[in-house]
Design a protein around this ligand. Structure first.
Ligand SMILES: [Fe+2]
Length: 480
């Protein structure tokens, strides 16, 4: 009965909701959302071996049924493109307004006015490691993108990457300045990891249009490692029979991500490993997906096989929550033992709309030495890059002391981006604010037998940022 009442209520809201989608005649589809014969939403990803390949995915309207991409060595010659090779693209039509799920079609009200889109992709293979290539992608015949530079991974050696937590709200209006600040600070970063909740409503095309406009050309040059968050999963329509929360219908068409035949179909392209180099393996989970046991078993196997010097895990829901009244005990119970078993170096997370960094092991605070040196097993980070901000847990991470974790730095009311650098046995980490100020940092050094020493700082000079010490805040849920 209650369910029925809620359904009726939602149905009453439906027409109003669809007016707010930017897809009705009152709010025309903005030109940067509308698909055309020209390529857009161009994104590089790493579905195979990053030292010898990379993928590019792009979108056009449905008039483009087959097309190509070109690749050449990026040289200093004016006409580097004369040696370009042409590669045929795979084309995947995507119906946005009506989506097929388990043999039935369901309307997606937010996309009601949208035509089908076509997503195209290529995987460039047989490339040289640590080499800069130029590529371009085509829509309709002759409708080419610009040439983008993209450097393949080195077999080994220094790596820099960027990481952000939830974008989710105000993706174009507010998040764009953060992602662009990250890019401006390290334009030569090797890749950019987005730890889930890239948008607020999984299958709403308008929000992905905002995401791609915010990142602009960045992901044409810098590979994206997208992690699926809870907001990447949603019901397709309102008041319809389709009640399961399913992965955004745009996810797989618009990101060409690693597949693994040992995983069930619903975990393909959301649970994966990026074998970046001999120095780094990245593992990605999809913690909204209820099939956590299968993910845990996969992670156990993948970590057992990993020989990389550094192992970094990313997932959306944090092992140790930092938002008030939030916890993820079931996930912690399943995943923390594996993280401990393999001594995973760093866990990059989102979801709690606060900043939190802490570690298991003998953290600097526990050791209490003057130089702030400690020994850690695993460093955990929860971060946020969008404008939606939550209150920090009243007791910090005290509720988790039984798990041996200690909170080292926290913040509220502040979007961040993070820069992580790996150079041999040293991993250095910085969290910076939207204006580029250093808020948090550490260096982790691996010694004999994998023992990790951590040096805090030199610490940021910024005071702890909390709601009571920063400017006023109001709910960011409805930002456009
Ligand atoms: Fe979330």
């Amino acid at each position: 009965m209650i369910v029925r009442a809620i359904t009726v209520f939602l149905l009453l809201l439906w027409p109003t909701a669809s007016l707010a989608h930017g897809s009705s005649s009152h709010h025309p589809i903005p030109p940067w959302q509308d698909a055309s014969p020209w390529p857009d939403r161009i994104v590089v990803t790493l579905p195979e071996t990053p030292q010898s390949s990379f993928a590019v995915t792009w979108r056009t309207d449905a008039s483009v049924t087959e097309t190509v991409a070109e690749i050449a060595l990026a040289t200093d010659d004016a006409r580097f493109d004369l040696s370009a090779k042409t590669i045929s693209a795979a084309t995947e039509p995507l119906s946005l307004a009506m989506v097929k799920y388990e043999g039935k079609s369901f309307p997606v009200p937010a996309n009601a006015k949208l035509e089908d889109a076509h997503f195209h992709s290529v995987v460039f293979r047989g490339l040289e490691a640590d080499t800069r290539y130029a590529y371009r992608v085509q829509g309709k015949r002759g409708a080419w993108s610009e040439w983008f530079h993209m450097r393949t991974a080195a077999e080994e050696g220094p790596i820099t990457f960027l990481y952000v937590g939830d974008a989710q709200n105000g993706v174009l209006s507010h998040w764009s300045r953060v992602v662009r600040a990250a890019f401006s600070t390290r334009p030569d970063a090797d890749f950019f990891l987005h730890a889930g909740d890239l948008v607020n409503r999984a299958s709403r095309d308008f929000e992905w249009a905002e995401w791609f406009k915010a990142v602009g050309f960045i992901h044409g040059m810098m590979p994206a490692i997208p992690v699926a968050g809870n907001h990447e999963y949603a019901r397709l329509g309102v008041g319809e029979e389709q009640t399961d929360r399913i992965l955004s219908v745009l996810w797989r068409p618009q990101f060409t991500l690693p597949t693994d035949e040992t995983l069930p179909a619903d975990l393909q392209e959301v649970v994966y490993k990026i074998p970046y180099s001999k120095d780094l393996d990245i593992f990605v989970l999809s913690t909204q997906n209820s099939n956590l046991k299968a993910q845990a078993a996969w992670l156990d196997r993948a970590l057992a096989k990993s020989t990389a010097r550094w192992r970094i895990l990313s997932m959306h829901h944090p092992i140790f929550s930092s938002g008030r009244n939030r916890d993820s005990a079931d996930r912690r119970k399943v995943l923390l033992p594996i993280i401990k078993k393999y001594n995973v170096d760093l866990v990059l997370q989102g979801h709690d709309h606060t900043y939190a960094r802490g570690a298991t092991g003998q953290t600097p605070e526990r050791v209490g030495v003057a130089e702030n040196v400690g020994q850690v097993d695993t460093m955990f980070v929860n971060s946020v890059s969008g404008p939606k901000q939550y209150t920090f847990k009243d007791d910090g991470w005290d509720g988790y002391t039984g798990d041996g974790v200690e909170l080292i730095r926290k913040a509220e009311n502040t979007p961040f981006f993070q820069i992580i650098e790996i150079d041999g046995n040293t991993l250095s980490y910085e969290a910076r604010t939207a204006t580029g100020q250093l808020y948090d940092r550490f260096e982790m050094m691996k010694g004999e037998r994998g023992v990790k020493a951590v040096i805090q700082g030199p610490q940021s000079t910024m005071d702890e940022r909390l709601f009571e010490t920063t400017a006023p805040y109001t709910d960011a849920n409805d930002l456009k």
